[in-house]
Design a protein around this ligand. Sequence first.
Ligand SMILES: *Cc1c(COP(=O)(O)O)cnc(C)c1O
Length: 234
Amino acid sequence: MNPEAGTLAERLAAVRASIADACRRAGRDPADVALLPVSKTFGADVVREALGLGLHRFGENKAQEVQAKAAALAGEPVEWVLIGHLQTNKAKMVAAHASEVQSLDRPELAVALDKALQARGRAIDVLVQVKTSPEETKSGIAPDRLLPFLDELKAFSSLRPRGLMTLAEASDDEERVRACFRMLYRLRDRARDAGHAVDRLSMGMSGDYALAIAEGSTEVRIGSAIFGARTYKA
Ligand SMILES: *Cc1c(COP(=O)(O)O)cnc(C)c1O
């Protein structure tokens, strides 16, 4: 479906049907692939409409934006999931609002988040973001640093590692995209063999979720296919 067409409810239904279809083609149970709607750049009014459709977890990439929307939606049962690159000086803001962070990509961020969460007496689930793509613009821990990093995370009682996250290379070549997802899947196997309980694989966005599902994704992060095209303010 054209992402600009139809109502939010219609686009959501179309995305769910398409996820189920991708699961069927991959021989997988749709119940094993969660949907994380990504509401970044859309206002609290849009999130409120999505709440009315039964969604309650939302992916966001900026701590300040979460803070503003959380204030506007105070009292609503919203869970904010941070999926974007985070500066350590935003740790307090994240600790105040996030139910989960999927973009944990370096030791300094773990230190800052753990400290800010401890101060609030909170613990949250985290996914470790891995750099599976050669593009300079993509963040994430280097694949060969993943196992040592997971070991280091044991020292942080406020961070509960639950899985891995990645962004695939932006490419028209399906094989290059799939290679990123396949790398994350294999890294999870290795991490599990080393005793880490990292079952979740957050991979796949509007443009590549069918490929991610074919490669074993357990969670797709979908923005534009549900909410429409984003316009970025300066
Ligand atoms: C924006 C974003 C998404 C969603 O992107 P769409 O292409 O709009 O589906 C997923 N993951 C991350 C990390 C993002 O920043």
